[in-house]
Design a protein around this ligand. Structure first.
Ligand code: CMC
Length: 428
């Protein structure tokens, strides 16, 4: 196969090298295009732009394949713990027993927040969205570790990694407790990562709380399934912000904000709103399918479609299985699950969705599981963020360690007015 692409431009030929990935994906390297020809590439939404060479996650969107560091997601979700997957993403290989024990020890040692940070949660309105609190608190964490967050110092990077993984669940649980007016439950380092989070969320000081192992495992599966997804909007944000040389806390805080949007991690919350809306409306599922197809109607089927997957999102397939098992165990049945199943079936048999390769994505069934566990709906994007955290950290570290990294700075095509002279205010 050819190793160069040729671009003919104004009688000149630009030869662009072809880069090939491990799984055969190919890219045209245009890094020298502008300096050689004065012309840039134009790619709104970056659908054709490779912004990094990465060894972390592979997605084959046409065939519904997802793997981390070569390991298929189906194996990781069934056999690994979340912290094992976090280690794999961040350090590149599955940990030995000793390496995992030391990683676990380092993460658990940092789960407490500084006591004065507790006042921070009271400063927000009680109905504040927990994603806003999570992003603000992630930024605020940096203020406590200013002597220890140098992005170019390997020891500080290691500490920031452990601190973020350890403290974000505590921040998330404290923001939830603030919103419902309950006392904070401190982390318990004798519990596993998912058990500790569920304990901080649901325990109250007045009585004993035991974590249900089935719920904890279902929750851990969801954390694993969200752990990384290569150059998505929030991971690209984390890399972009980090490319300016700022610390990991600030970069991850920006990632939380990017994830909050309804087209990204906010979609899991929107799916439940949509299912509730369908349930309480007089219209049937078909009406909503017709609305989703109508270009004049802003309604979209939330939890459907994906920039990269043009096939069933493998995470959605695994989550769908879990949704049925968990809901059967916890609730017996759930009318929203029935509506979701009906909606999926109707959409997958509809030409509009078939022609555009629109399938359920990771957000379509995840909210139903969170909801059955008693997790509040506005916390759903926060739970996505907790899962995605190791991916953001791994992507940030890979960006820092890449000697080719430059500050991320796209170009543009200016389409505003041509040069004109300033007009005095009384003459306008
Ligand atoms: N409902 C109805 N039509 C849709 C949908 C949908 N959910 N998604 C895409 N389409 C249509 C879209 O109107 C367009 O049609 P046409 O070619 O006639 O103009 C075509 O499918 C291609 O869509 P697009 O918007 O150009 O695709 P994109 O790659 O820019 O957007 C997406 C991807 C995920 C933002 C989009 O599919 C969407 O808005 N889905 C709903 C929100 C959602 O579930 N987001 C979670 C994404 S997965 C997890 C994550 O990343 O956080």
């Amino acid at each position: 196969m050819t190793d160069h692409a040729r671009i003919e431009l104004d009688g000149q030929t630009f030869e662009a090298p072809i880069i090939e990935g491990t799984e055969g994906e190919r890219a045209i390297d245009v890094t020298k295009l502008r300096s050689s020809t004065g012309t840039i590439t134009y790619d709104v939404g970056y659908g054709n732009t490779g912004s990094a060479k990465s060894e972390i996650t592979f997605i084959d969107g046409e065939n519904g394949v997802l793997s981390h560091r070569g390991y298929p997601i189906e194996q990781l979700v069934d056999q690994a713990t979340f912290l094992e997957v976090a280690y794999l993403l961040i350090h590149g290989d599955l940990p030995s027993r000793e390496a995992l024990a030391s990683f676990q020890e380092n993460v658990t040692r940092h789960t407490l927040l500084r006591e004065d940070m507790k006042r921070f949660f009271d400063a927000f309105p009680h109905d504040a969205h927990p994603m806003a609190i999570l992003a603000s608190a992630t930024n605020a964490l940096s203020t406590f570790y200013q002597d220890n967050y140098d992005p170019d110092d390997p020891d500080s990077v290691e500490k920031s990694t452990h601190r973020l993984l350890a403290k974000l669940p505590t921040v998330a649980a404290f923001s939830y407790k603030t919103s419902i007016g309950q006392p904070y439950i401190y982390p318990r380092n004798d519990l596993s990562y998912p058990d500790n989070f569920l304990h901080m969320m649901f325990a109250v000081p007045a009585e004993e709380y035991t974590v249900d192992p089935d719920i904890a495992r279902a929750f851990e599966r969801l954390l694993i399934l969200h752990a990384d997804h290569e150059q998505n909007c929030s991971a690209s944000t984390v890399r972009m912000v980090g490319s300016s040389g700022v610390n990991m806390f600030a970069s991850v805080a920006a990632g939380v904000d990017a994830l909050w949007g309804p087209l990204h991690g906010g979609a899991n919350q929107q799916v439940i709103d949509m299912l509730e809306h369908i349930r309480h409306s007089d219209a049937d599922v078909r009406t909503f399918i017709e609305r989703a197809k109508d270009k004049d109607d802003p309604f979209r089927l939330m939890g459907f479609g994906h920039r990269v997957y043009k096939n069933y999102d493998p995470r959605a397939l695994l989550i769908k299985e879990s949704a049925h098992t968990v809901i059967r165990k916890l609730l017996g049945s759930d009318p929203l699950l029935e509506i979701a199943t009906e909606l999926e079936e109707a959409a997958l048999n509809e030409d509009y969705f078939i022609e555009r390769n629109l399938y359920p994505n990771v957000d379509f069934y995840s909210g139903l599981i969170y909801r059955s566990m008693g997790l509040p709906i506005n916390m759903f994007p926060v739970l996505f963020a907790l899962g995605r955290l190791p991916g953001w950290i791994a992507q940030w570290r890979e960006m820092k360690n890449d000697p080719g990294t430059r500050i991320n700075r796209p170009r543009q095509i200016y389409t505003g007015p041509a040069r004109r002279d300033y007009i005095q205010i009384d003459k306008r």
